[in-house]
Write a protein that binds this ligand. Structure first.
Ligand code: 13P
Ligand code: SF4
Length: 304
């Protein structure tokens, strides 16, 4: 089969079997083209909850498929590639968070949506990279334990000096691997380009940015801008995605190494096999975990 033949077969099968396919923005173009929705993890889980289909394939990583299941317990949810985890989401244990809570009993525990369902059960509220500032600002507590990304946590702390943000070591290994030298070099190589950076990158990279925002915000900014050239400081699939979306503009990666290995585990054959009934992993969450995790998401919606 060619790529196009397999895409056609996937589109035929998803209609025949009434399946909704979600693709995170960090998926490759061939996968995005067969999806019903493309976006960030929380946006996709909301789309899945509204979709009429009873079966959903999440092309992304495990915590994203879990978030879909948390919001749509009645649906059958598949993770496209069962080996696709997220090193950031899985780096802490609930016990470590409970220990921090004992140390700072007055502080609210704020979890980035990039956490496992199990971790969400011991947190007070979730945030996305887009809603983090607004939600942390609106919390009545001065003290905030922010898990699990030290870079996003430090970014929030720098914007909200009135809060006492307690961070823990950890984060996205790919975003955090970008160096200040790479950011400076990219700006010198493309002097007309604006640098758009995700707050999962280190502060020394973020400080060179013309715009700092979530993946969705970076996409929206580059589409709307009158500028013609952009250096993308988030996962390199966004460089390719934007080049398709805005063929008259030019997009460059800030670093050749900003590629999420887990996101790239999903390929068209993986999706094809799930639709044929021979692949993927069905996400199962026990009801107690689901309800406790959902509470922190409900709090995010209430405050955001
Ligand atoms: P956003 O898509 O929410 O910006 O998150 C970035 C990310 O690393 C997702 O895994
Ligand atoms: Fe996790 Fe980073 Fe990959 Fe996003 S890009 S899924 S945060 S490892």
């Amino acid at each position: 089969m060619t790529v196009r033949e397999m895409q056609d077969e996937i589109i035929r099968l998803k209609k025949e079997k009434d399946v909704c396919i979600l693709a995170h923005a960090y998926q490759s173009r061939d996968v995005i083209e067969v999806a019903d929705f493309m976006g960030d993890s929380f946006g996709l889980s909301e789309q899945a909850a509204k979709a009429p289909q009873q079966t959903v394939i999440m092309c992304g990583v495990r915590f994203m498929a879990e978030t879909v299941k948390i919001l749509s317990p009645e649906k059958t949810v598949y993770l496209s590639a069962s080996g696709a985890g997220c090193p950031m989401a899985e780096q802490m244990t609930p016990e470590a968070i409970l220990e921090l809570k004992k140390q700072y009993p007055e502080a609210a525990v704020v979890a980035y949506i990039n956490t496992t369902a199990e971790l969400k059960t011991v947190c007070d509220v979730c945030v996305t990279s887009a809603s983090a500032l607004k939600i942390v600002e609106s919390l009545p507590q001065k003290g905030v334990i922010f898990i699990p990304d030290i870079n996003l946590g430090s970014y929030i702390a720098s914007k909200l000096p009135e809060k006492n943000v307690i961070t823990v070591q950890g984060g996205c290994p790919y975003h955090a691997s970008v160096t200040e030298a790479e950011a400076v070099y990219a700006k010198q190589a493309h002097p007309e380009a604006e640098l758009l950076v995700h707050p999962e990158c280190k502060a020394e990279v973020v400080k060179h940015a013309d715009f700092v925002g979530s993946t969705t915000a970076i996409i929206a900014y580059a589409k709307k801008s009158d500028k013609k050239e952009f250096i993308i400081g988030t996962e390199n699939s966004i460089v390719e995605y934007m080049q398709y979306e805005c063929p008259d503009k030019l997009f460059y990666p800030v670093s050749a190494s900003l590629i999420c290995r887990d996101m790239k585990l999903t390929t068209l054959p993986e999706i094809y096999n799930i639709l044929r009934g021979v692949g993927g992993e069905e996400i199962v969450l026990d009801e107690d975990t689901r309800l406790k995790a959902k509470h922190s998401i409900d709090e995010m919606l209430r405050l955001g």
